[in-house]
Design a protein around this ligand. Structure first.
Ligand SMILES: [Zn+2]
Length: 288
């Protein structure tokens, strides 16, 4: 079973028996909607994408996990922000309700970006309020409804659930071989508040055993998607996973390179291990 909401998302359900694991890729969408009237150069705007992350995790349903991928680009609407994380200064009129612009909005990177990158505006004027309302209703709401629905359904059935929020990041590696400063993966659990710290350690240890350099909550702690649905004390665990883009693609052209297949194979091992971990935790709970 799978579900497609046109231009919004695709949900791939487990191909066999399911385990309480949900992966989501909110930033890998590349379908730029008609009427998305940005004025900055498209190649620069596309640097905001987590390009190919959906494909890196495409086999997750084979291991019993559910995978949800956004189809629209992050620069159009960022589902990893609260729906009221909007800078009122970028709107052409009053917003029909309260707003809560965060520091992300202050940097031009809220729910709807107003900067392509620092100093480079996205739009040549204010955005119509109706346009932003429409993006929330047509894109933000269905994405969150699907993700929350899957997490709730699995939690209801198994009593616990693990959510992996999948991203890629601009390389932190400086130079060709920066063994000290770089990181291949950054795990974010908002300083131990969005999942059992033992689960974060489990994922970090697994990746380190595969030879990767892993940092935790530095410099990325996770944002709205891991915050919103997690409640570790109730068995709801969310962990953000950031992958160094240089491991699998050219960061300028966004083309996959020869490292892609190796990384994908390692991520399949990781997903299999997470699904095994979830299955074992459910079995242990049932035996208690
Ligand atoms: Zn991302």
């Amino acid at each position: 079973m799978s579900l497609v909401i046109d231009d919004v998302l695709i949900r791939l359900d487990p191909s066999g028996g399911s385990v309480p694991v949900v992966l989501d890729s909110p930033h890998s969408g590349t379908r730029y909607p008609a009427g998305f009237n940005f004025v900055c150069p498209l190649p620069l705007l596309r640097q905001a994408e987590d390009t190919h992350v959906d494909e890196l995790f495409a086999a997750a349903p084979d291991y019993g996990a559910t995978l949800i991928c956004a189809l629209f680009p992050r620069a159009f609407l960022d589902v990893n922000r609260a729906s009221d994380d909007i800078d009122p200064e970028m709107l052409d009129g009053p917003w029909p309700g309260p707003l809560n612009p965060s520091e992300k909005s202050a940097m031009g990177m809220g729910l709807v970006r107003n900067l392509c990158r620092p100093g480079l505006p996205m739009y040549d004027g204010k955005l119509p309020v109706a346009e932003v309302v429409d993006r929330i209703e047509r894109y933000w709401r269905p994405y969150h409804e699907q993700l929350a629905g899957c997490i709730d359904q699995l939690h209801g059935r198994f009593g616990m659930v693990w959510h992996i929020n999948c991203h890629s990041m601009p390389s932190l590696t400086v130079g060709a071989d920066d063994r000290e400063g770089g990181a291949d993966f950054v795990l974010g659990d908002r300083d131990g508040t969005t999942c059992d710290p033992g689960f974060t350690r489990f994922v970090a240890d697994y990746l380190r055993a595969l030879g990767y350099r892993v940092r935790i909550n530095d410099p990325y702690k996770g944002v709205e998607l891991v915050r919103r649905y997690s409640r570790p004390a109730r068995g709801r665990h969310s962990l953000q996973l950031e992958i160094d883009r240089r491991l699998y693609m050219n960061e300028e052209t966004l083309e996959k390179h020869s490292g892609f297949d190796r990384l994908r194979a390692d991520l399949n091992r990781l997903v299999a291990a997470i699904c095994d971990h979830a299955g074992a935790m459910v079995a242990r709970r049932a035996a208690e």
